[in-house]
Design a protein around this ligand. Structure first.
Ligand code: OOB
Length: 547
């Protein structure tokens, strides 16, 4: 299947409604500097297919897929999608676990210029329905059953309730892909259906508001981070990378993630879970050279009795990010696991920082990293917006060649989350050193980081408020040794509440019936008479966190 490229040119760029574009003079600058290369994500894949033809792109259990096979399947599946009427700019909500079919589905959509909306396997009805209706999705792609959950049953409800959904596509992971494989057609060439400046997909924000915000990333801006991440993380065609975090998360996609691996000609080994019992045998078997984890999973690796039982000697780099890794844990990585640590501090909105592979150990264990691009403009400011000196803590704002200028269809929210000069207010509190390295020291946004999984308190509070006996609710993150933070809900009951109906068990059950991801369901509840207040009369979440 060599020579899959057609000779056509990309079509003219069209701005998707609801997307805030980069200012033209900066777009031009980013092109001149070679950051934006005029290539789509599908072009990137087919370049790699040509270069790394017979090498293994993905390993999923007993299944190994070469670059050539992947390219072939993407082209044939994209024709099937096309026959269903899916094309440029059509939004398609994709909810798949860590399976090889994810690569085919997502690249077949990229090939057509369709716009995947990346849901997590953990999302449930309330979230999926919202993503489908808010993005006016034309299709929803998921699995039949997985991890004990019936996604197919969910898809029937979604199809019935969201009028824009024309097609539900089920990847049959339980019975060997049969219904899904009917979509495969005779492949053609790789065609150019979209422009590199177009929006490539919508990623989900960690969230601070009642509903997750959608993040529009372009082919041009995303591929810049992919290429640079692959370089900074030392990926080559000999690399074998373990992917155990949720596959559609920004970290897993591009830091350096599955796209970084595909760009470099490396092999991605998929795991459904990062626990040592699953990950260590895979490292030994496939001679895995790098892996990306969140801090709680890194702690499980560090404390695992299996460390001496498996040959982990191939593992050269362990990346840890998504939440703050304690310095104490960071210092143990090299002596215990025998590999180098690379800290990753990133966000789906754009900016990603890495410690570099040749940094001194002291830097690697104490800092969360240095920005990818010399043109990432970092501002660290006090609460009045005045820049603080290096070495002092302040609010992190950023603007640059791969940081969005606004959320999708969210003009009011954008006024809050972006300053008038287009800087994104990350909500993180950091200290910058004289070399530009950042240490994350806190957070100003109302968000809980439960071991890398982000929970917007407002979303959970709103659901609790819909309970007949709940007068008021306040949800906060409380310190936890393993996860960093756990979710705790303080609840004030209505005067007529039946106490037997509002036990933690029943409140959890109530939230689950509302259809939200399990990681958002509070770990703890406390029924209180009133909430502590700040001196201006607002709920003092700080006092609740430290209660
Ligand atoms: C990654 O992306 P998101 O969008 O799920 O979450 C971003 C937020 C950051 O604003 C920060 O609050 C927190 O997660 N965070 C960290 C961190 N990495 C992310 N806080 C402290 N230390 C770190 N190392 O989480 C993400 C995206 C791309 C690469 C890596 C992580």
């Amino acid at each position: 299947m060599r020579g899959v490229f057609s000779l056509a040119k990309h079509p003219e760029h069209v701005l998707l409604e609801g997307v805030v574009p980069f200012p033209e003079h900066l777009a031009q600058l980013y092109r001149e500097k070679g950051y934006w290369r005029g290539e789509t994500i599908a072009d990137m894949l087919f370049n790699s297919v040509e270069r790394y033809f017979d090498r293994i792109a993905v390993i999923d259990g007993a299944e190994s897929v070469t670059y050539a096979q992947l390219g072939q399947r993407v082209l044939s599946l994209s024709r099937g999608f096309q026959e269903l009427g899916i094309g440029r700019f059509d939004r398609v909500v994709v909810q798949l676990p860590n399976v090889a079919a994810y690569f085919e589905v997502v690249f077949a959509l990229f090939e057509l210029g369709a716009v995947p909306v990346f849901a997590l396997a953990a999302h449930r009805k309330a979230e999926i329905e919202y993503f489908c209706s808010f993005s006016e999705a034309k299709a929803y792609i998921t699995v039949d059953k997985y991890g004990g959950f019936d996604y197919e049953a969910l898809s029937v409800e979604i199809k019935a309730e969201v009028p824009t959904i024309e097609n539900v596509i089920i990847v049959d992971v339980s019975n060997g892909l049969s219904r899904f494989s009917q979509l495969y057609q005779e492949p053609r060439c790789h065609e150019l259906y979209c422009s590199p400046a177009d929006v490539a997909f919508l990623q989900l924000s960690g969230g601070t508001t009642g509903k997750p915000k959608l993040i529009p990333r372009t082919h041009d801006d995303y591929l810049y981070t992919v290429r640079e991440s692959a370089r900074i993380c030392g990926l080559s065609s000999g690399s074998v990378h373990l992917t155990s975090l949720p596959i559609a998360h920004n970290y897993t996609m591009s830091s350096p993630g599955i796209l970084g691996c595909l760009f470099a000609g490396a092999t991605t080994v998929l795991a459904h879970d990062g626990n040592p019992e699953i990950a260590f045998p895979l490292i030994e078997k496939h001679r895995i050279t790098s892996a990306s984890l969140v801090p709680p999973v890194a702690l499980l690796w560090l404390n695992s009795p299996l460390v001496g039982e498996f040959d982990l000697s191939s593992l050269a780099v362990l990346q840890v990010g998504g939440a703050k890794l304690s310095e104490e844990a960071a210092r143990r990585i090299k002596p215990v696991l025998g590999c180098r640590l690379q800290q990753v501090f990133g966000m789906a909105e754009g900016l990603v920082n890495y410690t570099r592979l040749d940094d001194e150990d002291e830097v690697v264990v104490t800092k969360q990293g240095l920005r990818i691009s010399p043109d990432d403009e970092i501002l660290v400011v006090d609460d009045d917006g005045v820049p603080v000196r290096n070495g002092q803590a302040g609010n992190l704002l950023v603007r640059g060649p791969y940081t969005i200028r606004g959320y999708y269809k969210a003009p009011d929210q954008n006024k809050k989350d972006f300053n008038p000069e287009g800087f994104y207010r990350t909500g993180d509190v950091v200290i910058q050193d004289d070399h530009g390295y950042l240490t994350v020291v806190g957070r100003k946004k109302d968000q809980i980081n439960r071991g890398g999984e982000k929970v917007a308190p407002e979303e959970v509070e709103n659901l609790l408020l819909s309970h007949a006996y709940v007068h008021d609710a306040s949800v906060v993150g409380i310190p936890n040794d393993l996860l960093g933070e756990k979710v705790k809900a303080f609840v004030i009951l209505k005067a007529d509440a039946d106490a037997s109906e509002v036990t933690p068990f029943k409140l959890k059950k109530f939230l689950r019936t509302k259809g939200i991801a399990e990681f958002k369901v509070p770990d703890e509840f406390e029924i209180v008479e009133k909430f502590p207040e700040t001196f201006v009369g607002k709920v003092s979440k700080k006092a609740q966190r430290n209660a």
